[in-house]
Design a protein around this ligand. Structure first.
Ligand code: ATP
Ligand code: MG
Length: 199
């Protein structure tokens, strides 16, 4: 059997939104991926200066958001591993799970620049091909990207961020149509993002 082409979409997904879903769908189609696995990060006690919603809620929102797409799935590898999530651990675990398949790590071009400066960058490129999706208004300086290991894809992505969704929910403003309907309902059901302060 020829190796399957598997996309890996890592993120905090606090909450998952239509920008994530459009980016994953676009890359899936352009790169002929057989599957895209969404991988919510483990529980950092903080992300920069805010408390991150508990992993189980972020995981369930991601499951709700991806359930209707036959080529999307969600992995628990990062939330079941203790401690901070490092991309190299995510890719090592998925490589063990899918030893014969090709992995394509999908990430925002902003995050990609940081990844390239990590000390285990060489191992990362052994484990996966990297696909940087550019968000609206973002220009990636690509002159130091290793050739053949990284592709950049410009996506007519929507200017949606999880930060904006959290702030809207906290202010009692609607998040309808920014996130899937089931995620709107879940945020409401669990009273997520109530009482957050605007950054
Ligand atoms: P936050 O506002 O909390 O930083 P976020 O919207 O950036 O959240 P993440 O969970 O941090 O969401 O993102 C996961 C991945 O999806 C990252 O690689 C990020 O660059 C990418 N991404 C996020 N929003 C978009 C978008 N609108 N279009 C394309 N890619 C996106
Ligand atoms: Mg982000």
């Amino acid at each position: 059997m020829s190796p399957r082409r598997i996309g890996v979409m890592g993120g905090t997904f606090d909450p998952v939104h239509h920008g994530h879903l459009v980016a994953a769908s676009e890359v899936q189609s352009r790169f002929g991926l057989d599957e895209v696995i969404f991988v919510p990060t483990g529980q950092p006690w903080q992300k920069s200066d805010r408390v991150v919603t508990r992993a189980e809620d972020r995981y369930l929102m991601t499951v709700i958001a991806t359930a209707s797409n036959p080529v999307f799935s969600v992995s628990r590898v990062d939330i079941d591993r203790d401690g901070h999530t490092y991309t190299v651990d995510t890719l090592r675990d998925l490589h063990l799970q899918y030893p014969d398949d090709e992995l394509f790590f999908i990430t925002g071009a902003d995050a990609l620049e940081q990844i390239l400066s990590w000390r285990n960058a060489a191992e990362l490129f052994e484990l996966a091909h990297f696909i940087g999706v550019t968000r609206p208004g973002y220009h990636l300086d690509d002159h130091h990207l290793p050739s053949g290991k990284v592709s950049l894809v410009e996506i007519t992505a929507m200017a949606i961020s999880s930060t904006a969704c959290r702030e809207r929910a906290a202010a009692g403003e609607p998040v309808w149509y920014l996130v899937p309907d089931g995620v709107v309902r879940y945020i409401d059901k669990r009273s997520l993002y109530r009482g957050l302060e605007r950054s």
